[in-house]
Ligand binder design. Structure first.
Ligand code: CTP
Ligand code: K
Ligand code: MG
Length: 180
């Protein structure tokens, strides 16, 4: 029961977990805000680029396709029934994760935080909220069948933990400038 819940939550969120990491690897180039400021501060900052956003969205969407291919084998091995992703669901999770992160940068700049500054709480959950909202909009039937209340609860507890672990890992590997 618990194994099934955690496996389902993790699997269903993988297309939302990968985009931010792909963006770190692929980021660079033109910032989305084009250098524009608002109220004396950057609208988003140099940390949100077109290339990173496109690469992250593509990576998450493609991962959903791969998960669909290997899902039956993994489900069998674990003895659980893992969700499959309609294309709209994978795309919604991936783009939503990127938009959530971009929204957080907008709020960080408005509150005077420079690029890279930590915003505890927001940093760990921005992309989850974005991913869930866009997945709901893009594939409402799939969303309500997959994200039952227990699965949602596991997602909200598990994601911040995974976020801290992966970001500290990326920092230690020299891939990220800050451990958050
Ligand atoms: N990145 C990107 N495009 C995005 C998100 C991330 O290019 N939409 C890349 C950038 O190189 C960014 C790095 O991934 O610097 C790390 O992402 P993140 O921690 O989200 O950005 P920060 O640089 O910390 O900027 P912010 O304070 O705005 O979050
Ligand atoms: K971030
Ligand atoms: Mg950062």
């Amino acid at each position: 029961m618990v194994v099934s819940l955690v496996a389902t939550a993790f699997w269903a969120m993988l297309p939302a977990y990968v985009p931010n990491n792909a963006a770190v690897l692929a980021g660079g180039g033109r910032p989305i805000d084009g250098g524009r400021t608002w109220g004396g501060r950057r609208v988003l900052g140099d940390g949100k680029t077109w290339r990173g956003t496109a690469a992250g969205t593509l990576a998450g969407t493609l991962l959903a396709v791969v998960l669909n291919a290997v899902g039956p084998a993994v489900s069998g091995a674990l003895g659980v029934s893992l969700p499959t992703f309609p294309l709209a669901a994978g795309f919604g999770l991936a783009l939503g994760a990127m938009l959530g992160d971009i929204g957080a940068s907008f709020l960080k700049r408005r509150s005077g935080r420079e690029r890279g500054a930590a915003f505890p709480g927001l940093d760990q959950l921005d992309f989850v909220v974005g991913a869930l909202v866009l997945a709901f909009v893009a594939a409402p039937g799939w969303f309500s069948a997959t994200f039952t209340l227990p699965v949602l609860a596991v997602v909200l507890v598990m994601t911040p933990v995974l976020h801290v672990v992966t970001n500290v890992g990326a920092y230690l590997l020299g891939l990220k400038n800050e451990p958050w």
